[in-house]
Design a protein around this ligand. Structure first.
Ligand code: RFL
Length: 384
């Protein structure tokens, strides 16, 4: 006989932990199974830019203390291209919203501590190997556990997503672009997020904290992270960021480098039987518009309310989960795709490469000059 729990969550990332915390606040019996060890998930550096809705969810549900204490608000981004640069202060555009910069590993650390404080059960170092969505049962090396409801928050390559039936659609796109994602132990070099479009490819700069900065370099799809030396990374960043014209980068040791392939995919629907998908398990989004963790938090809030109602016998929220979240996911995917085409030039071998390059320049000019275009950008950049 399998152990029983009301809501069984697979994965202790932002999606699973926000969901678990909100359910515990409503008194729902919850168990999270996480394959990593606690130190591992609490030190895994990924996202850093939380949108306005995420900051609201965390604050409203008593999960924002660390973010309010140590995060800082960010309201400007800069675009470098050709021989110029322009800045957009998005706090003065769109809905007037800003980002809060707070590293994902710090948020995950806060969420784990709070979840345990709220009486949530969490087992690290447990890998779910099999999932039955119709009964809500999962298997791991030591046995079986059955959830009255099961939630897959185990990322885009997780076992819960693979348990969706063939009838569920999986809309997938490989953008054919790779980034070298780098963390540098160095203060930020500019006060704004900076996107540089250069003939060699895209380069990005974004703050993560007072002493840590994230950089991105567009690289060849088959490049390996190890092939890039620290010196090579700083030289290429300097070239693409045009440091001779705009000032040098504040360098420091590179503490992490990894290749990120820009991919998107969306599962539809987000439910099968007693199982629901949330976060990257539901929809993988390229980091070009910094939306992944924000979508995860949005879905966790919607699902926590629906599950709480369901435990009391009202399943309408569960029925509405896919139709509520999928349009928001697709809005984010659409904007992320828009960002990808803005930040990256065409492949050199593309037959219309020259045409596409001038078109991109025209779009950047429009973003620089058109207030309407800037409002569109700001609204989508910070919003979900
Ligand atoms: P996570 O964070 O991947 O957590 C999934 C958890 O599930 C566990 N797991 C299992 N546990 C048990 N059994 C199994 N069989 C399991 N399989 C997996 C894993 O160990 C893991 O702990 O998914 P979640 O919660 O959906 O959160 C998604 C976010 O982590 C992700 O979307 C963001 O990091 C994306 N992202 C960004 N999002 C933003 O909103 N703003 C940003 O600024 C931002 N920057 C980024 C990013 C992602 C990046 N990378 C690494 C792709 C920057 C980068 C470089």
């Amino acid at each position: 006989m399998a152990d029983q729990v009301t809501v069984l969550i697979v994965g202790a990332g932002p999606a699973g932990l926000v969901l678990g915390n909100l359910l515990r606040a409503n008194g729902v019996d919850t168990l999270i199974l996480e394959r990593g060890r606690r130190e591992h998930v609490q030190t895994r550096a990924r996202a850093g830019f939380l949108g306005a809705n995420s900051a609201r969810v965390l604050t409203e549900h008593g999960l924002g203390a660390g973010m309010l204490r140590c995060g800082h608000s960010h309201d400007t981004c800069a675009f470098r291209y050709g021989d110029g640069e322009f800045e957009l202060n998005y706090a003065e555009l769109g809905r007037g919203e800003v980002h809060t910069v707070y590293p994902q590993q710090a948020l995950v650390t806060d969420l784990i501590a709070e979840y345990l404080d709220r009486g949530g059960r969490l087992r690290f170092d447990v890998t779910v190997t099999d999932v039955d969505p119709t009964t809500g049962t999962v298997r791991h090396r030591d046995g079986e556990i059955q959830g009255r409801f099961l939630v897959g928050c185990d990322g885009s390559n997780g076992v819960t997503r693979r348990a969706m039936p063939a009838s569920a659609a999986r809309h997938t796109r490989d953008h054919g672009i790779a980034w070298l994602a780098v963390l540098a132990q160095a203060p930020q070099s500019m006060s704004a997020v900076t996107y540089a479009m250069h003939d060699n490819g895209f380069a990005g700069h974004m703050a993560r904290g007072p002493e840590v900065t994230r950089y991105y370099l567009q690289v060849d799809a088959d490049d390996s992270a190890e092939a890039w030396s620290d010196e090579g990374i700083w030289a290429e960043l300097g070239l693409r960021m045009q440091v001779e014209q705009f000032g040098s980068l504040r360098q420091g040791p590179i503490t992490e480098r990894r290749i990120v392939r820009l991919r998107s995919d969306v599962v539809d629907p987000l439910r099968h039987g007693r199982m629901f998908l949330a976060g990257d398990a539901a929809s993988l989004i390229s980091p070009s518009a910094a939306k992944g963790a924000n979508l995860a938090i949005m879905q966790a809030e919607v699902l926590a309310k629906a599950l709480t109602d369901a435990v009391k016998g009202d399943e309408r929220g569960l029925d509405a989960y896919s139709p509520t979240c999928l349009p928001r996911i697709w809005r984010a995917q659409e904007f992320s795709h828009w960002m990808i085409t803005l930040l990256h030039g065409p492949a050199a071998a593309a037959p219309d490469a020259g045409f596409q390059r001038v078109l991109r320049r025209a779009r950047l000019d429009s973003l620089r000059d058109s207030r309407a275009h800037q409002h569109f950008f700001a609204e989508n950049y910070v919003g979900i």
